[in-house]
Design a binder for this molecule. Structure first.
Ligand code: PGA
Length: 245
């Protein structure tokens, strides 16, 4: 599978800063690159380096109507998004998004021909309690329940341990290998073959650890926060993804 590297800009950027950042990006052959920008900048990103796909960081579960502040999947599709992050841990923790809502958002994304990047992952407390796979199984199960097997085959899964996000401390190669293996087994147990769904790793992924993490079996790419705001770093991560066997 071609690896996918998605930059999640989160709530960062400005017209001027984005212009500068985009100048330092270019397509890397052998890897799929996506920029997940804040909603207002999707317009600016209509012009972007060739070969880079566009994504959003969230979406409304609703089609259209009286939902003040929401942004629909149709709008994202109209602006050329091909990927939409759903269920990022920041949305779950800070904005109260539950598993069922994340599932409905994935449905909305697929209904408009885009790919949901479904984020899953445990908190430190859950890890210490030995609940890593029960939490992830519950998060994935909620999406599977509403999508069904055929549509689940179209998603990208992103494993992002909450304790590794924005902390500078990524999960270790051993930890990533174990969880990605378990997620793969979970998908296979639900009738989804190994080469059908990409599993990204996210959480303090940077140029220094990218090659080691991309070499882990079942790591099919990365979801990059902080390092995606530094053009040089994002490019180095994409090259590492292309070079990994
Ligand atoms: P980080 O964020 O790379 O800054 O840890 C990853 C993410 O939250 O997607």
């Amino acid at each position: 599978m071609t690896r996918l590297v998605a930059g999640n800009w989160k709530m960062n950027g400005s017209l001027a800063a984005n212009r500068e950042l985009l100048r330092s990006l270019s397509a890397v052959s052998g890897v799929e690159m996506v920029i997940c920008a804040p909603f207002p900048y999707l317009a600016q990103l209509q012009k972007r380096p060739e070969g880079l796909a566009l994504g959003a960081q969230d979406v409304s579960e609703f089609e259209e109507g009286a939902y003040t502040g929401e942004v629909s999947a149709a709008m994202l599709a109209e602006f050329g998004c091909s990927y939409v992050i759903v269920g990022h841990s920041e949305r779950r923790a800070l904005f109260g998004e539950g598993d069922a809502l994340v599932g409905r958002k994935a449905v909305a994304v697929l209904a408009h021909g885009m790919v949901p990047v479904v984020c899953v992952g445990e908190t430190l407390a859950e890890r210490e309690a030995g609940e890593v796979m029960s939490v992830i199984g519950r998060q994935l199960g909620a999406v599977f329940d509403v999508l069904g097997r055929a549509s689940m085959r179209k998603v990208v899964v992103a494993y992002e341990p909450v304790w590794a996000i924005g902390t500078g401390r990524s999960a270790s190669v051993e930890q990533v290998a174990a969880v990605h293996g378990d997620i793969r087994a979970w998908l296979e147990a639900n009738g989804i073959a190994g080469d059908e769904v990409r599993i990204l790793y996210g959480g303090s992924l940077k140029p220094e650890n990218a090659a080691a993490l991309f070499a882990v079996p079942n790591v099919d790419g990365g979801l990059i926060g902080g390092a995606s705001l530094i053009g040089e770093d994002f490019m180095a991560i994409c090259r590492a993804a292309a070079d990994a066997v």
